[in-house]
Design a protein around this ligand. Structure first.
Ligand SMILES: Cc1ncc(COP(=O)(O)O)c(C=O)c1O
Length: 242
């Protein structure tokens, strides 16, 4: 984020940080979402994320201007704030639509779940960190490239992705599923999707993301994964790669 902020500094660019995976992590001295180098950070509360509100998310910003705009646009562009209105009020019921907004409100029920989950964020992240530490140690001798975290950061370990050095990914994926291990693949590079291909993006445009995609495999990692379950993942992977 610091490097991105430095590159765009001479330009009038609003920097929005996609922190969908990152809540609970830290960058340099600040928690993710502090917007130290960005104008806004967006979070996802999808069920698999650090915390969930079943669906939905949040936008974090230190700017009261952006905060007001976001709230306005999340509520159809409708306001009851006299400071944002034009002309005379018709009475106490009065409101105005001052922008073309959307209905992006999180319902009270979803918000209540999100608030309750927020209290558990630290314990969820501590469990993820511990599971990742065990994987890092247990898998170090296998023909895999393991994820690395820069010294200036703490990962929230939303995903634990390894890269296969020699083995065929489809083969490993199928064998692990047959053994009851729900590995997954994150992600198919977006420029390979039909929508972007129709816009002119081609295979080969982003060779590093394609190379990563070819070899990537995501291992199970979530706060309720037990030590025994994690050990069975490690054992299965060791067996398949040996
Ligand atoms: C990196 C990233 N950004 C944004 C999103 C979108 O989040 P949501 O589905 O809550 O809108 C996701 C969803 O998985 C994601 O992985």
């Amino acid at each position: 984020m610091q490097a991105i902020a430095e590159v765009i500094a001479p330009y009038e660019v609003v920097l929005i940080e996609d922190a969908a995976h990152a809540l609970g992590g830290q960058y340099q001295t600040e928690k993710i979402g502090s917007c130290q180098y960005s104008d806004m950070a967006v979070l996802s509360f999808h069920p698999v994320k650090s915390i969930t509100s079943a669906e939905g998310g949040a936008v974090l910003t230190n700017s009261s201007d952006y905060a007001e705009k976001i709230i306005l646009h999340a509520k159809h562009g409708v306001t009851r704030d006299p400071n944002l209105m034009q002309g005379e009020s018709h009475g106490p019921w009065y409101y105005q639509q001052v922008a073309l907004g959307y209905n992006y409100r999180l319902s009270d029920v979803h918000a209540a779940l999100g608030l309750s989950q927020l209290k558990k964020l630290d314990s969820f992240i501590a469990k993820r960190v511990e599971l990742a530490r065990v994987y890092q140690q247990a898998l170090a001798h296998l023909p895999l490239r393991l994820p690395s975290v820069k010294e200036c950061a703490n990962s929230a370990w939303h995903l634990y992705m390894v890269e296969l050095k020699h083995h065929n990914r489809l083969d490993v994926y199928q064998k692990l599923h047959e053994m009851g291990v729900g590995v997954n693949v994150h992600y198919i590079p977006i420029h390979l999707q039909p929508y972007y291909q129709n816009l002119g993006f081609k295979d080969g445009d982003f060779p590093n993301s394609e190379l990563f995609y070819e070899h990537a495999l995501t291992l199970p990692l979530y706060p309720t994964l037990t030590n025994t379950e994690q050990q069975s993942v490690i054992d299965a992977l060791t067996q398949v790669l040996s």
